[in-house]
Design a protein around this ligand. Structure first.
Ligand code: ZN
Ligand code: FE
Length: 256
């Protein structure tokens, strides 16, 4: 099976756009283009020919570059079927359980509502790559603009079942502020405290903290740990239903 070569482009204040090139065919996808120009410039510099756009959800900082990139390259736009009316230029609609093969690289599509009602994720198993949009961030998760805590917890649980070595390519560099919050809800988590220190050091050196692995998130991200007794205790809800713990943690983060 063919693998992806992945290139990360920081744009706007904290967005990441990804270029993912199939090493067998040279087909190249842009994931969640907030803007067009930096993507077209970067692809040209790399000598990669953009053939696809993959969209995880409809927010402007994920689809803003769609039409300009499509006009410039004639690429095919693949996006969430449940959100077809909100994805500019969509050509191919995909949904939970679908596979989509970009070049010779197969992805599996997951429906992960919560941040928006039509959010999807693309998992490329042979590359250990998960393009998750704004569902999971390093040490965080997306705000619940269109979904309920129960929906988001359900979506996150689907992602937790992927192999631990999976790299999570999220769309924002929010890690340092997420870490500051995370230690307030699970102060006894030593792995979290160690990671928070490491992140401070990385940011002080101007380094990116994205991607990281699912294994690391499982041990430290409170939004993946709503069923961990230490987190429930940390928010004063020992023995509570994980959905209620998740809702409480999300509520606290919204007001942090
Ligand atoms: Zn978003
Ligand atoms: Fe976003």
């Amino acid at each position: 099976m063919s693998k992806l070569e992945i290139h990360q482009i920081p744009v706007l204040s904290d967005n990441y756009i990804y270029l993912a090139r199939c090493t067998e065919t040279g087909d190249t996808a842009v994931i969640d283009p907030a803007v067009a120009k930096p993507v077209l410039d970067e692809a040209e510099k790399l000598g990669w020919k953009i053939t696809h756009i993959l969209n995880t959800h409809h927010h402007p900082d994920h689809v803003g570059g769609n039409m300009e990139i499509k006009q410039a390259t004639g690429c095919t736009i693949v996006g969430p079927k449940p959100d077809r009316d909100r994805i500019p230029g969509i050509d191919i609609e995909v949904d939970e359980g679908d596979t989509y093969t970009m070049g010779a690289c197969e992805s599996r599509v997951y429906f992960v509502p919560g941040h928006t009602r039509g959010h999807i994720a693309f998992w490329f198993p042979d590359s250990d790559a998960l393009f998750i949009g704004d569902t999971i961030f390093m040490l965080g998760c997306g705000r619940l603009f269109e979904g309920t805590p129960a929906q988001m917890w359900d979506s996150i649980q689907k992602m937790r079942d992927l192999p631990p070595e999976t790299k999570i390519y999220c769309a924002h560099e929010y890690t340092q502020s997420n870490a500051k919050f995370a230690i307030t809800v699970e102060p006894d988590n030593e792995a979290l405290m160690a990671r928070a220190e490491k992140i401070d050091a990385m940011r002080a050196r101007g380094e990116r903290t994205v991607p990281d692995t699912l294994e690391v998130e499982l041990a430290t991200n409170p939004f993946l740990r709503a069923d961990a007794p230490t987190l429930a205790a940390g928010v004063g809800m020992p023995g509570a239903d994980p959905v209620d713990v998740f809702a409480e943690v999300r509520h606290r983060k919204d007001n942090f």
